[in-house]
Design a protein around this ligand. Structure first.
Ligand code: XMP
Length: 511
């Protein structure tokens, strides 16, 4: 394994991602992790990430004893490199001006880190301070266009780069990271989904012991994989709960239950709470108010089913890596402690009184890795390749009030769009596709009659991380077919538009 110490850079997660792509197991740990915590992983190397601070800031994290005494190669990136310089009697200059963006770096001498790179490379810089003089015993091995130190090393244990090899804007960054982990650290192992599955099943088995666990299934890939791992770990001690909130897509509840029954060897308790959710949403048009009420309903549903889940000590959820990093949670598979559930989480909140301990077995995986794990676990494509679907469901896919009639209109439109995407082989080429029922009406003509009916919007996006997204360039002929079917087959809809907004400034969902 390689340990990545996180000094707070927005790119820390990407370092982990890149190493994983290289098949090297790594974990992202807080910068101040103890010697014992690091030793647990028996790392072959340590990477110090970048960070927002200056080594001169009061309270700025230092080069800890844990790192110094680890006895393995250390690669410092940006702030990490400055730390190596500063704490070993080199000189770091607190600069006023930032060096930001693309730059070219000249490699000054042959060395392991830049092996196979050639004489220069394009890099991405994002720093203010810079290294003025490397520590005694270190050599400058690369310089930037402006003559600043871009890389230094003592040729053995410490390596530092001022630029960011982990970002896509450093095209050869992957080679540099690979040189570090393979050539310098000597990592030979291949981290794989199979080993992830085996280790996680073992971890869950240890954590849960002979106690009981519950898992909320949504029909999506994350919760499906989390549940399948838990089922493999503790079998009968697991109960899954599937809440039909009445805001699901056409036949979704039945289809999900059928898929669970066929492919997941676990107890699934289906709770039909449609009525409750619809009543709570009656007359509500404000998007945030819809979300709040839905969150509250989920909470109440769990409170209601709690007695039948008596004795459960653990709540398993499918939070993935980006979610965890964003919310700084610590209940994950790869952190020391589990937290008590508070009022808010994935399924919209759980009652405090349930006092469940939260377990996040997927907290170290990216979406595509979750999918790969699903395949290893034998989950069917219907679960594994499914587009994300928001917890508040169709309620946030219709502007205006939520009524059974409007839900029906939206369901039928959505069913046409999604099934056409599948039969055209386009479903997997978009990251997410959906239909929005707008609160607009428009004039149309049908036969010799005037109509005044609903407008639906089709939306399909391409994205990897859902933080930014572009609208999918679906073929015109395909859009024409979908539009035609919707206006012909869905009563009450006479117009179909295609949403060509990117995120930002729009979001994927309309509410
Ligand atoms: P936005 O609309 O924010 O959506 O661009 C980004 C991704 O998040 C999904 N989404 C949700 N998922 N609960 C969820 O589990 C929610 O409340 C929620 N809201 C949005 C959305 O479908 C997209 O994949």
């Amino acid at each position: 394994a390689v340990v990545v110490l996180d000094f707070g850079s927005q790119y820390s997660l990407l370092i982990a991602r890149r190493l994983r792509e290289l098949g090297v197991y790594c974990e992202l740990l807080p910068a101040d992790s103890s010697k014992e915590r690091i030793a647990e992983l028996a790392p072959k190397g340590i990477i110090l990430s970048g960070g927002p601070q200056s080594v001169y800031d009061a309270g700025a994290p230092g080069l800890s004893e844990a790192v110094r005494s680890a006895g393995v190669p250390v690669l410092g990136i940006c702030y990490g490199a400055q730390l190596i310089a500063y704490h070993q009697d080199g000189r770091v200059e607190a600069a006023e001006r930032r060096e930001f963006g693309r730059s070219t770096v000249k490699v000054l001498e042959d060395n392991l880190l830049f092996d196979g790179i050639g004489e220069s490379l394009e890099v991405w810089m994002s720093h203010t301070d810079h290294i003025l003089e490397p520590p005694p015993g270190h050599r400058v091995v690369a310089r930037s266009e402006g003559g600043l130190i871009a890389a230094m090393s003592d040729g053995a244990r410490y390596w530092g780069v001022q630029f960011h090899p982990e970002v896509a804007h450093t095209p050869l960054g992957r080679t540099i990271l690979e040189n570090f982990v393979r050539r310098i650290c000597g990592c030979v192992e291949q981290w794989s989904t199979t080993s992830f599955v085996d280790e996680t099943v073992e971890w869950l088995r240890e954590r849960i012991g002979d106690r009981r666990a519950i898992c909320a299934l949504s029909g999506g890939v994350d919760s499906g994989v989390a549940a399948a791992l838990a089922a493999r770990a503790v079998g009968d001690q697991l109960t899954c709960v599937f809440v039909d909130n009445g805001l699901l897509r056409q036949n979704e509840a039945d289809q999900c239950m059928a898929v669970f029954a066929e492919h997941l060897d676990m107890k699934v308790l289906k709770v039909d709470a449609s009525q409750k959710f619809l009543e709570a949403l009656d007359g509500v048009t404000d998007p945030e108010e819809k979300r709040r009420r839905i969150g509250r309903c989920f909470m109440e549903v769990f409170e209601e089913v709690a007695p039948s889940l008596e004795g459960a000590d653990y709540f398993i959820q499918g939070t993935t890596y980006p979610d965890v990093i964003e919310s700084a949670g610590d209940s994950g598979r790869h952190s020391a402690a589990a937290t008590k559930i508070k009022t808010h989480h994935n399924v919209g909140g759980l009652p405090d009184t349930m006092k469940l301990e939260l377990l996040d077995p997927l907290s170290f995986l990216f979406k595509d890795e979750v999918r790969a794990a699903g395949r290893v676990l034998g989950l069917p494509e219907q679960i594994v390749d499914r587009h994300p679907f928001p917890g508040p469901g169709l309620a946030v896919r219709m502007t205006g009030a939520v009524t059974p009639e409007r839900l029906e209109r939206l369901r039928r439109s959505d069913e046409i769009f999604i099934s056409e995407l599948r039969s055209a082989g386009l479903y997997q080429q978009t990251a997410q596709a959906l239909v929005v029922l707008t609160s607009d009406k428009s004039v149309g003509v049908l036969g010799d009659f005037r109509t005044y009916e609903d407008v639906v919007a089709l939306r399909a996006v391409d994205t990897e991380d859902w933080m930014t997204a572009d609208w999918s360039r679906l073929p015109y002929d395909f859009l024409a077919r979908v539009s035609n079917r919707i206006v012909n087959e869905v009563p009450g809809v006479n117009r179909v538009v295609y949403d060509i907004s990117s995120k930002p400034p729009a979001t994927v969902e309309w509410e």
